[in-house]
Ligand binder design. Structure first.
Ligand code: COA
Length: 275
């Protein structure tokens, strides 16, 4: 199943989708899915080399691409990249706040500057992105998708900084949905679970624990970048025109209350009894 079995290939024809952190991982997966339904892509990230490689891949899918490096913490640089994107592709219709930073570490070992860095990239960076895009989104009556995480609503060990940043993002999302609805701008968050092949999984899932973790997910697998890309296309499409201020969790059930230790224990006992 891919995006064009469900959505028309020209659904986003002539529309600009701007994605921070768009050169890799989940965000590049989102970009690929929008390219498949005709969108043009603006992508920003810190490393121009990575952006160039992603741009080449997206152009091969038929998209026009604007790819200029900017750190989301640097407001003037981000504004500049957005302005160039507008000149090259037209005003932004869908904005994806995807840029994020993460390193797993016990709370008592996170340095104040390390905590600040994650808050600055994730939360302040998302605000910068929305603030800089506001006039363009107002013009297109566009929409914003924030990339949140389960850490926003469940405490995860070694993720105090990320949980604080992502919870802030979800609150920002609801606030902007409230304030910007009158301009026709919709705002929603997606909280992906572990996504196959991403830096997030490489950083966060201890080596040798992949299979065990998959068994703890009710759907029994990690997600794919397409799982999140397809959901993003839906959220940005007219099918979701009355959806705003919402967090959609796409994690195979990982964060369901009860999907943790007790359930694993019971399932293991049942398997033993059968076997
Ligand atoms: N463990 C502990 N502390 C870390 C760290 C790690 N792996 N990575 C960065 N930090 C701390 C630094 O020590 C520094 O704090 P200090 O001044 O007290 O020493 C602070 O974070 C800032 O780090 P810096 O290297 O200046 O880089 P940055 O601000 O560009 O950092 C981070 C961005 C923190 C997100 C960094 O971990 C990073 O670049 N990650 C790669 C991208 C990424 O995380 N992708 C998302 C995957 S889900």
């Amino acid at each position: 199943m891919n995006i064009t079995s469900c959505f028309a290939k020209d659904l986003f024809q002539g529309k600009t989708v701007f994605i921070t952190g768009g050169s890799s991982g989940i965000n590049l997966g989102i970009a690929r899915n929008f390219a498949a339904v005709g969108a043009n892509l603006g992508i920003v990230g810190r490393a121009q080399e990575k952006l160039d490689a992603a741009a080449a891949e997206l152009r091969a899918l038929g998209a026009q691409v604007s790819a200029h490096s900017a750190d989301v913490r640097d407001y003037p640089a981000l504004e500049g990249a957005m302005q160039r994107c507008r000149e090259e592709l037209g005003p932004i219709h869908t904005l994806v706040c995807g840029a994020a930073g993460n390193f797993p570490l016990a709370a008592e070992r996170i340095s104040p500057n390390g905590f600040k860095s994650v808050i600055d990239i994730d939360l302040l960076g998302s605000f910068h992105t929305c603030r800089a895009a506001f006039e363009q989104l107002k013009e297109t009556r566009g929409n914003i998708i924030f990339i949140s995480a389960g850490q926003a609503f469940m405490p995860y060990a070694f993720q105090a900084h990320v949980g604080a940043a992502k919870a802030g993002i979800d609150n920002l999302m609801r606030n902007l949905a409230l304030e910007w609805g009158r301009f026709g701008i919709r705002c929603n968050s997606i909280a992906p679970g572990p996504i196959e092949g991403t830096e997030g999984v490489r950083r966060l899932v201890p080596e040798g624990s992949v299979d065990k973790l998959k068994r703890m997910i009710p759907l029994g697998r990690f997600g794919t970048p397409d799982d999140i890309g397809q959901l993003s296309v839906f959220l940005a499409s007219p099918l979701a025109s009355y959806i705003t201020g919402t967090l959609i969790v796409a994690d195979g059930g990982q964060n369901l209350p009860g999907s943790g230790a007790w359930t694993q224990l019971v399932l293991a006992e049942m398997a033993k009894a059968k076997g």
